[in-house]
Design a protein around this ligand. Structure first.
Ligand code: ATP
Length: 464
């Protein structure tokens, strides 16, 4: 009998290579040769970006499909074999986890996903939860990857979502640079409005290529599957490519900030929106970091815009004691040198204090500025010696460079995978209203994948 199945996988990569999305791509290629039907794009699910165990972007993968129960041994053993073969288990930090769920996604999984977006989840609680559902698991070492694998299955992506087309180079290739023409990236970006965060115009940086030893050549992010494919086709590269996969993802949707907290409620490594008022003006630390303190609930807590957040620090320096703010960020636990600090990703102003500044009165005779003539002696003009008995200055409120109601977000070059860039501020109605047939769209991509492979070959020829 035909059944719905979901495979989740996580924690197969290390700082020395591999990428869980690449393993997913190999697994999908294996599955495509079996008599089963994929139901959606593979999902690339980012979880709490502030957990300490992550290698890079805390990403996990879920794949949903229909298959006969008779096929289970084949696809499940195939998935296990690929984890055994490709996971970089020599790295002590790599703890692969693989989960197979049969049937509809239970609410427990959905709840776990929501919590894993901003909290730190204990492995034991996930193992216990899995026992209550029709699941199979495979893990190596402690199997911490089971947390991400289970949470990824729970991410149904019914509301906001985006796409990422990931292009891979050979797994053995480890060099940090990716040979790509930045001008072609800028041109493609300008001609593809539904693709975003490809280039940081403020800091003049190509944003689609990573710099690690992993197999990802580049990743193109966008609102539709067509947009990311179009964008890729316009890019000029100068080295061979191995394969590609198109993921539906929670990236750039800001789901890791589901609610507001007060200072008393926050815990280390959580992603939080903290409401408070500024009690210590921003100041600079060596290295270009900017710190200020807010009072939230009953505690005062430092908030930091670190050097990599570049021009965002100018916004932070505009804050003043008394301003009421919402700080979006990750809670960095206290160390010997530093107190608990919120690492800021975004700030919104609720209320600004009014700053009064003196209006310098003008001399009625010559128009020069009047100055104080001494204590209790009124004002005088140094230019024409005019004297006034008036002692009180008038005041005006100083205009502030920051405004309530705006989202101030760290620049594209510093953004995390879940950060919602300013370019995604407007809600995109087609994400919310239209019934998109993801299965059809995914199989359409698979048909075009051959065309994309031809495109790679053309690029290789150009580069020779
Ligand atoms: P990449 O993005 O390159 O695939 P990564 O940054 O995802 O790598 P992993 O190697 O997958 O890093 O490590 C993340 C680990 O943290 C996984 O074992 C995952 O199960 C676990 N994890 C993810 N989210 C949470 C969470 N909220 N609480 C506890 N553990 C988590």
């Amino acid at each position: 009998m035909l059944q719905t199945w979901h495979i989740g996988v996580d924690d197969t990569d290390s700082n020395f290579g591999m990428c869980t999305t690449f393993l997913a791509t190999i697994l999908i290629d294996f599955m495509l040769a079996l008599p089963l039907e994929l139901l959606d794009f593979p999902k690339l699910i980012r979880l709490n970006p502030n957990i300490p165990y992550k290698t890079r972007g805390n990403g996990a993968i879920a794949i949903s499909f229909m298959a006969s129960e008779d096929l289970k041994d084949k696809f499940w053993n195939g998935a296990i074999d690929r984890v055994k073969q490709y996971a970089d288990v020599d790295d002590p930090q790599t703890d692969p986890g693989l989960v197979l769920l049969q049937g509809e996604v239970p609410s427990d999984f959905i709840e776990l996903y929501k919590q894993a977006l901003y909290q730190v989840i204990p492995l034991e609680s996930v193992k216990n939860m899995l026992k209550k559902h029709p699941t199979d698991t495979f893990f190596i070492k402690k199997g911490r990857g089971l947390i991400g694998a289970t949470a990824a299955i729970g991410a149904t992506l019914l509301h906001d979502y985006t796409y990422e087309l990931i292009i891979y180079r050979d797994l053995k290739e480890k060099k940090p640079e990716r040979l790509i023409d930045p001008i072609s990236v800028i041109n493609a970006d300008k001609n593809t409005p539904l693709s975003f965060s490809n280039y940081d115009y403020e800091n003049k940086q190509v944003m689609i290529t990573p710099h690690g030893p992993d197999p990802v050549f580049c990743g193109i992010r966008g609102e539709t599957s067509n947009a990311v494919i179009q964008m890729w086709k316009m890019i000029q590269i100068f080295e061979p490519i191995q394969t590609s996969m198109l993921f539906r993802t929670n990236q750039h949707t800001q789901v890791h900030f589901p609610k507001q907290f007060s200072g008393d409620e926050i815990s280390p490594h959580h992603s939080v929106i903290l409401r408070g008022s500024v009690v210590k003006n921003p100041y600079n630390l060596p290295g270009g970091h900017v710190i200020f303190t807010i009072k939230s609930g009953n505690i005062s807590i430092d908030c930091a815009a670190y050097e990599p957040t570049k021009q965002f620090r100018k916004i932070i320096r505009e804050l003043m004691e008394g301003d009421e703010v919402l700080v979006f960020g990750g809670v960095r636990p206290a160390s010997v040198e530093t107190p608990t600090t919120v690492n800021i990703e975004e700030i919104q102003i609720i209320k600004l204090v009014t700053i009064r500044e003196k209006i310098t009165p003008k001399c009625p005779n010559c128009g020069a500025s009047l100055t104080s003539a001494g204590k209790n002696k009124g004002l005088k003009c140094k230019k024409c010696s005019y004297k006034s008995t008036k002692r009180n200055f008038n005041y005006k409120s100083r205009s502030r460079k920051i405004r309530p109601g705006m989202r101030y977000v760290i620049p594209v070059c510093a953004q995390r995978h879940l950060t919602k860039p300013i370019s995604r501020n407007e809600p995109l109605q087609f994400h919310l209203t239209s019934e998109i047939d993801f299965q059809k769209a995914f199989y359409d991509f698979l048909k075009r994948r051959t065309e994309l492979n031809d495109h790679f070959v053309k690029k290789k020829e150009i580069s020779i």
